[in-house]
Design a protein around this ligand. Structure first.
Ligand SMILES: *[C@@H]1O[C@H](CO)[C@@H](O)[C@H](O)[C@H]1NC(C)=O
Ligand SMILES: *[C@@H]1O[C@H](CO)[C@@H](O)[C@H](O)[C@H]1NC(C)=O
Ligand SMILES: *[C@@H]1O[C@H](CO)[C@@H](O)[C@H](O)[C@H]1NC(C)=O
Ligand SMILES: *[C@@H]1O[C@H](CO)[C@@H](O)[C@H](O)[C@H]1NC(C)=O
Length: 582
């Protein structure tokens, strides 16, 4: 037996120790998305590149019908037999024999706390709008989902991440939960007096933070590499306002702090302005590879750039998805999607959401009597306020703008997100509200009568002109409505009226609510981007219910200017008719 020299022993021990330390520091968290079926590998690659389905998301949503090891070994045999290029027909057969249809892992669920006539409906004066709100309230039953127990007993047979508690989904192709969507869904559920459903959804999110260290973009393993706009602390705040369930806060406050840690540790960036360094956050996903649910599109897009730039492109696409704005010229350097560089921008909305979360968490700790932690989060908020003002605020234009890390300049294009600090209450000088109002006038945003567009850039992407999205309406409307300026409040009401009419008109024609609307064509369902426009729709319903609740005594379903109503026209034309007849 060979003997080791003393020095070698020491070296080995040292290496072991280092390895142990490294593993130790990471042991708590599993790596995001290991699955050789749903996240990486030849099987995913060949099936998606063969385009067996119209929408790549369909394949990665299908549960297995055979154990995962068997699926992989059968695939390897087939792949070897065909020299890594399996004919389409055989791939189709393989999928048929090893996978089940999508959505079989979810059962419909009628929320236990759903009730017939929540109070807020009674406060809506316009009878048509009140009836409509009643129908939207009914939709919660259609959007409720519950997981089958087998998702818990055999997690690796599914891409779905098991959630213990039932939840409400956006709708359409989105049959799992989504992180930031859920905030507006919860606002609607709370108006519908369904706090138990909200509590279950909150528990699911808290469980995810405890398991993965963050909340994934949505409830599938292939979403684990990225998060979405951080609104968990705000969700808790809204739930507490409705229930005063302090015991629940006490139980979970450390988990809220853990989520904010994720953003601090994995998504922060130092920006130097005027000789002073500020710490802010950005969307950033340090993983390459095509997104499994849009695999063939991402792979084909990568073919248009040099080979050495592909992994970086995929990571920037994932960061774009993390922002919730997938995709938008907001993240591009040219008009092409392949120029995306999400992580090179410091976004106004992300930093406003975090500023608000830090303030809320400080208040929560204070309520629980933990002044040391309260002070820590208040000081974080104060630092971020200073950073928002120094880096993102533009007093000349009267708005905040994303900071471009590459050019060191602000991106002065219009996006509704430019006003998020008003909504989040993250500013110190009350004069900013009037300036922001002037900014909306200067950019002529108030001339759009069907909703606030996502940008003024008609790029063909879904988070651009002419699409308008419900959460962005809420950011601007409630941002202005919070102000003490009567003018800002009146503009907020007008914007609410515009949005309600657009949604109501489309609903009257199609009996459906959509994920987005087109402001250029008299308010039609929106278009563009990677997939067909989707019906449902969780956050759209939530925002409509919020606006109907807030302005229910004033909003009308009436057609555009009252002049166009048939009876108005008749009255207006009557004298002419009489004269003519005379
Ligand atoms: C298998 O494919 C590789 C490249 O794709 C090719 O070079 C090789 O000749 C093929 N082998 C057979 C047996 O067809
Ligand atoms: C309905 O409106 C009345 C009068 O404005 C108000 O006092 C009450 O709180 C409202 N109720 C709900 C459920 O919004
Ligand atoms: C930002 O600067 C601080 C203070 O110098 C440092 O501790 C931190 O690691 C920096 N963060 C990043 C993301 O570079
Ligand atoms: C649209 O956005 C892209 C990327 O920011 C920019 O290059 C282009 O000039 C914009 N087009 C218009 C018409 O503003």
């Amino acid at each position: 037996m060979a003997t080791m020299h003393g020095k070698t022993w020491v070296l080995c021990l040292l290496l072991l120790l280092l390895r142990g330390l490294r593993l130790g520091s990471q042991a708590a968290l599993p790596p995001p998305c290991e699955s050789q079926i749903y996240c990486h590998g030849q099987l995913l690659h060949q099936v998606q590149m063969a385009k067996l389905f119209q929408d790549d998301k369909q394949f990665v949503d299908m549960p297995l019908s055979v154990a995962p090891e068997q699926v992989l070994s059968n695939f390897q045999d087939l792949n070897r037999a065909h020299n890594s290029s399996i004919p389409r027909q055989l791939l189709q057969e393989f999928v048929n024999n090893h996978f089940r249809d999508k959505s079989q892992e979810l059962d419909p669920w009628t929320p236990g706390d759903w009730k017939d006539s929540p109070q807020f409906l009674k406060n809506i004066s316009d009878t048509k709008l009140r009836a409509w709100a009643g129908e939207l309230h009914q939709l919660w039953k259609k959007l409720g989902k519950k997981m089958k127990p087998e998702v818990s007993s055999h997690p690796d047979w599914f891409s779905l991440i098991y959630s213990k508690h039932p939840f409400v989904v956006p709708g359409g192709r989105f049959v799992e939960f989504y992180y930031w969507d859920s905030y507006w869904v919860m606002e609607g559920l709370l108006l519908s007096e369904m706090p138990e459903t909200v509590k279950g959804m909150l528990r699911n999110f808290l469980d995810l933070v405890n398991t993965y260290g963050h909340i994934p973009n949505g409830g599938r393993v292939y979403y684990l590499q990225r998060s979405q706009p951080p609104l968990l602390t705000l969700m808790m705040d809204r739930y507490l306002t409705h229930t005063n369930d302090i015991a629940f806060l006490q139980e979970n406050i450390e988990t809220l702090a853990l989520e904010l840690n994720f953003w601090a540790e994995k998504r922060s960036i130092n920006v130097s302005v005027g000789g002073k360094s500020h710490t802010l956050n950005r969307y950033y996903v340090p993983y390459g590879g095509p997104r499994p649910e849009s695999y063939s599109k991402d792979a084909e897009l990568a073919d248009t750039v040099p080979e050495g730039a592909r992994e970086a492109l995929w990571a920037e696409l994932k960061a774009g998805a993390e922002s919730g704005w997938d995709f938008s010229s907001r993240w591009f350097s040219s008009s092409r999607l392949s120029s995306i560089r999400t992580s090179k921008l410091v976004p106004v909305d992300l930093n406003s959401f975090l500023c608000q979360a830090e303030g809320l968490l400080g208040n929560f700790y204070s309520r629980l009597g933990n002044e040391a932690q309260a002070a820590k989060y208040r000081s974080q908020r104060a630092q971020r306020l200073a950073a928002l003002e120094a880096v993102l605020w533009d007093s000349e234009r009267g708005a905040w703008f994303d900071h471009d890390l590459e050019s060191g300049k602000k991106n002065r294009e219009f996006y509704p997100s430019n006003l998020t600090p008003l909504w989040a209450g993250c500013f110190s000088d009350p004069a900013v509200v009037d300036k922001a109002l002037k900014y909306l006038e200067d950019t002529q945003i108030l001339t759009f009568k069907h909703g606030i567009p996502t940008s003024l850039n008609n790029s063909g992407q879904q988070w651009d002109f002419p699409n308008a999205w419900a959460p962005l309406q809420d950011l601007v409307i409630r941002g202005l409505a919070k102000s003490s300026s009567p003018r800002a409040q009146e503009v907020a009401f007008q914007l609410a009226q515009n949005w309600i009419r657009t949604n109501f008109d489309v609903y009257s024609k199609t009996s459906a609510m959509y994920e987005k609307y087109d402001v250029s064509s008299g308010g039609q369902p929106g278009g563009g981007g990677e997939y067909e426009v989707q019906e449902g729709f969780g956050w759209t319903n939530g925002v409509v219910l919020m606006l109907l609740d807030r302005y229910g005594d004033r909003l009308t379903s009436g057609a555009w200017p009252a002049l166009w109503e048939p009876h108005c026209l008749a009255v207006a034309l009557l004298p002419h008719l009489l004269l003519w007849w005379w």
